[in-house]
Each structure stands twice: as structure tokens, then as C-alpha cells.
Design a binder for this molecule. Structure first.
Ligand code: PRP
Ligand code: URA
Length: 214
């Protein structure tokens, strides 16, 4: 990875994040706890991913005096889960930004070809004016994330931040190759993909573990 590419990837490796990630990886972790931790990790990552949102001055009157405070400038951010596993990260993001808009990007990965298929997308009409926080726990080949980013760019999105919990090096390279500006936030960069394009060591199938479908 060149310097410029490295600067577009942030590993959120706070000790609390690493601790929770180990629980998430553990195959014995039950659905309820898995879901809770996905929500919590999204919150930690959302905090990092929004660190540089622009601010503007606002007048504030305290019980004692008038002063100048700050507020986030511009339109509310949009949280954009890639269905279905990305849904598990929405609640954590909305705890940080309760007024954020939520768009849905329906993609599933074909089990044989590993290529993404779009099946339902609905995002705010003025997405070009909002910070786009695309959430999905897993970045494997990068096919789903790249397709989601392309979809948003085609609708004018300018500021796109991809927030995942585990990324494979292959997926990071694919996303950075496909888009010159997107930034990636992840709790871990794992070793590699296996022959079924699952992340190793990973955590298995995130959607199945969040929704208890296997
Ligand atoms: C998983 C995951 C990502 C995608 C990652 O979703 O949540 O969206 O695979 O793989 P990629 O980087 O190779 O595209 P999946 O397609 O299994 O759908 P699901 O969320 O409905 O389980
Ligand atoms: N999707 C998942 O849920 N897990 C992987 O490891 C790869 C794709």
C-alpha cells in the first residue's frame, strides 16, 4: 500500500474494541451477544469515522453568560447499511447521530461467483449533500462495498466513508483501487480470504450470526 492509500485506511484498535472483537469471532458467542457487540463496535467506529466532520459556530446562552458553541455544519449524515448484515450496525450509528438519515443498499453475494447482486436500494434524494457512512461488518473481496460505493457516486455522493468490522487485505485493495476518495474504517485487517472468499480468521457469516439464520 502506498502512503496515500494507507492514509485512507483507519484501524480502530482501541483495547475495548479488540476485546469485543475477540468475543465476536468466538464461534460459541450466541446470537443475542453477537448482535449487541456488532452494535457497540459500530458505535466505537462511528465515533472515529466522524472525527473530522465540519463544525460551525452557534450562539449559546448558559445560565451565566452568552458564549459561542459549535454544532455539526450542513445536512445530517446518512447511514447506509449494505443489507442485510449492515443492518446490525445501524442502531449503534444512530445512537451517535440520532437525526441521521438511513438509506438501504440491498446487495447479496452470489455463493458461487462471489459477485454482488443488487436487489433493493433506497437512499435519501439529496445524498450528494450528506456525509455517507456505509456500514457492513465484512469487507471480503470488496465486491459488495465497491458496488455500493459506485451506486452512491452515480447519485452524486461526494464524502463516502466505509465502516466495516473486519476487512481482508484483498477487499481493502479492491475498494481503494475502485474509488480514489473513499476512506475505510475497520476494527481489524485480517490475514486473507479462503477458497470460498470468506475472511480468515474472520468470524464466519456475519448476516447469519446477527440474525440467527444458521
Ligand atoms: C456479506 C457481507 C458483505 C459481503 C462481503 O453479505 O455482509 O455484504 O458479504 O463480501 P464481499 O466483500 O466479497 O462482497 P452477504 O452477501 O453474505 O449477504 P447477507 O448480509 O445478506 O448475509
Ligand atoms: N461475508 C461474511 O459474512 N463473512 C465473510 O467472511 C465473508 C463474506
Amino acid at each position: 500500500m502506498t502512503d496515500n492509500r494507507a492514509s485512507r485506511v483507519t484501524v480502530v484498535d482501541h483495547p475495548l474494541v479488540q476485546h469485543k472483537l475477540s468475543i465476536l469471532r468466538d464461534k460459541r458467542t450466541p446470537t443475542k451477544q453477537f448482535r449487541e457487540i456488532v452494535r457497540e463496535l459500530a458505535l466505537f467506529e462511528g465515533y472515529e469515522a466522524t472525527r473530522d466532520l465540519p463544525l460551525e459556530d452557534i450562539p449559546v446562552e448558559t445560565p451565566l453568560t452568552k458564549t459561542t458553541g459549535k454544532r455539526i455544519a450542513g445536512r445530517k449524515a446518512a447511514v447506509l447499511p449494505i443489507l442485510r448484515a449492515g443492518l446490525g450496525m445501524v442502531e449503534g450509528m444512530l445512537e451517535l447521530m440520532p437525526a441521521a438519515r438511513v438509506g438501504h443498499i440491498g446487495m447479496y453475494r452470489d455463493e458461487t461467483t462471489h459477485k454482488p447482486h443488487e436487489y433493493y436500494c433506497k437512499v435519501p434524494a439529496d445524498i450528494d449533500q450528506r456525509t455517507c457512512l456505509v456500514v457492513d461488518p465484512m469487507l471480503a473481496t470488496g465486491g459488495s462495498a465497491t458496488a455500493a460505493i459506485e451506486y452512491l457516486r452515480a447519485r452524486g455522493a461526494r464524502d463516502i466513508r466505509l465502516i466495516v468490522i473486519i476487512a481482508a487485505p484483498e477487499g481493502i485493495d479492491a475498494v481503494l483501487d475502485a474509488d480514489a476518495d473513499v476512506r475505510i474504517f475497520t476494527c481489524s485487517i485480517d490475514e486473507r480470504l479462503n477458497e470460498d472468499a470468506y475472511i480468515l480468521p474472520g468470524l464466519g457469516d456475519a448476516g447469519d450470526r446477527i440474525f440467527g439464520t444458521k
